[in-house]
Design a protein around this ligand. Structure first.
Ligand SMILES: Nc1ncnc2c1ncn2[C@@H]1O[C@H](COP(=O)(O)OP(=O)(O)OP(=O)(O)O)[C@@H](O)[C@H]1O
Length: 441
């Protein structure tokens, strides 16, 4: 349970728990009750409104309240068209027989249907609406595309407005209480402002701050919000891919990402073993990622049209590596993602290089010699024989430079230092041999 994303853990089970949206709840209740009595004017309803306003939540709550089995499907995934046709066939035949639990069909994201690619999708849904003996709820963010005209005409349209500040505050405060986390009022206010009425975004942000910092304060929220451009986008891309249930979701996540492609590969590489537990899933995900990397390199040299293969492999390839995803009842697992270690190491080594150069410069100034000469002729002996405390004062070394010196010298016995140096030196030689042999070939 603790691994569940909060948007799932705290999704209202009943319409009574859905915050605000009273008009929507009343219209939906009225419609479903008339449906169940066989008196509905409209065979389907279309809930439309901005992301995270509660459309899916309302559909799930209706199914729970009226004890209907929810058949949820994403309309914009073209693999589902055949499934929709099958449901249309079955739904036409079965009907709600006495004693058999009724069903509620939920078609999400009907505005994501690519009419050019899936010309059969809208007719299949229209047929489903006509034939179905079960009620149908559809959801869309933007239902006003001309291609959706027939769907609009075949349904009762219900607008779901974005959530107001008070409703969001109640949702977030309840979560803070249940999770027993310290949440400052002002910090919740900031999360609400940033989220602009999107409950999913607000809850995800709250979870990121709470898991990252334990306390939800104005400072910790602004830390995460400040990093949004730089880091959260990587976190979000990775999360959206791992949580994608459909191929198109995973592909959208990578193709809309602001993160540099090479960097994104490193993010996935770091987090695949964190997200997936099954060894075979991990193997499949790395296999796809390594191919994504090959295509990225080819795209750089042979032409950027190859980039779409990188997207396919890095997004859907990694996302669909998890076999559990294809089973009934799969839910995404919340994992705490990690910044790529390899980049941290690069930062660290750059920082170390800068420290070393500045020490070389300081020694050079004292003995009037170039940094290059110091590096080759003086530095090895300097580390081995000098007393860091003494030279630090003389050279006016900063605390970081002193720390660097003591780390590389290890403040060890000269014998140990010498062994270290010999090893380092022979590594350097090996590297030189390797690079010169590479040049020759
Ligand atoms: N009115 C609400 N009351 C309580 N929680 C809500 C409400 N609306 C949304 N939420 C929370 O926000 C999460 C996201 O909402 P939901 O998935 O229903 O949005 P949506 O409108 O279907 O979004 P999208 O258009 O992106 O599919 C839910 O899991 C739920 O936890």
């Amino acid at each position: 349970m603790s691994n569940l994303p909060w948007i799932i853990k705290y999704r209202p089970k009943s319409l009574n728990d859905v915050e605000n949206q009273d008009d929507v709840k009343n219209s939906v209740k009225e419609w479903i009750e008339s449906w169940l009595k066989g008196k509905a004017e409209n065979r389907a309803i279309l809930l439309y409104g901005p992301p995270g306003s509660g459309k899916t939540t309302i559909a799930i709550a209706v199914a729970n309240d009226y004890k209907l089995e929810l058949m949820e499907m994403n309309a914009s995934d073209n693999r589902n068209i055949t499934a929709i046709k099958n449901i249309a066939e079955k739904a036409a035949l079965s009907g709600s027989l006495f004693g058999i639990r009724g069903k509620l069909i939920f078609l999400d994201e009907v505005d994501g249907i690519n009419v050019k690619q899936d010309s059969g999708a809208i007719p299949a849904i229209l047929e489903l609406i006509q034939k179905s003996k079960y009620p149908i709820i559809m959801a869309a963010n933007n239902p006003w595309d001309p291609s959706l005209r027939d769907l609009r005409n075949a349904t009762k349209m219900i607008e779901v407005k974005k959530l107001g500040k008070y409703a969001l505050k109640r949702i977030l405060s309840k979560i803070c209480n249940s999770e027993k986390i310290q949440c400052e009022d002002e910090a919740l206010g900031d999360i609400i402002d940033i989220s602009e009425g999107d409950a999913r975004y607000a809850i995800n942000l709250l979870q990121s701050v709470a898991e990252g910092y334990k306390k939800v304060t104005e400072t910790t929220v602004s830390e995460i919000a400040k990093r949004k451009e730089r880091e959260l986008d990587s976190f979000e891309t990775v999360r959206n891919v791992f949580w994608a249930k459909y191929v198109w979701q995973a592909k959208n996540a990578v193709s809309n990402s602001q993160v540099d492609y090479d960097l994104l590969i490193k993010w996935f590489s770091e987090n695949i073993p964190i997200q997936y537990d099954n060894l075979e899933d991990i193997w499949r995900a790395y296999d796809a990622l390594s191919r994504a990397s090959i295509f990225l390199n080819r795209a750089k040299t042979s032409g950027w049209d190859l980039l779409s293969y990188t997207f396919d492999l890095m997004g859907p390839g990694v996302a669909m590596a998890e076999t559990e995803k294809f089973k009934q009842g799969w839910k995404p697992k919340w994992k705490k993602y990690q910044f790529p270690q390899v980049i941290q190491m690069l930062y660290k080594s750059k920082e170390n290089r800068d420290l070393k150069n500045s020490i070389l410069e300081k020694i050079g100034k004292k003995i009037h010699t170039s940094s290059d000469k110091i590096l080759n002729d003086v530095f090895p002996y300097f580390i081995q024989y000098s007393k860091i405390k003494e030279v630090s004062k003389n050279l006016e070394l900063t605390p970081k430079e002193q720390e660097y010196l003591s780390t590389i010298s290890g403040e060890t016995s000269s014998e140990e230092t010498q062994t270290k140096y010999t090893q380092k030196y022979s590594q350097k030689k090996t590297y030189r041999r390797y690079s010169s042999s590479k040049k020759k070939t």
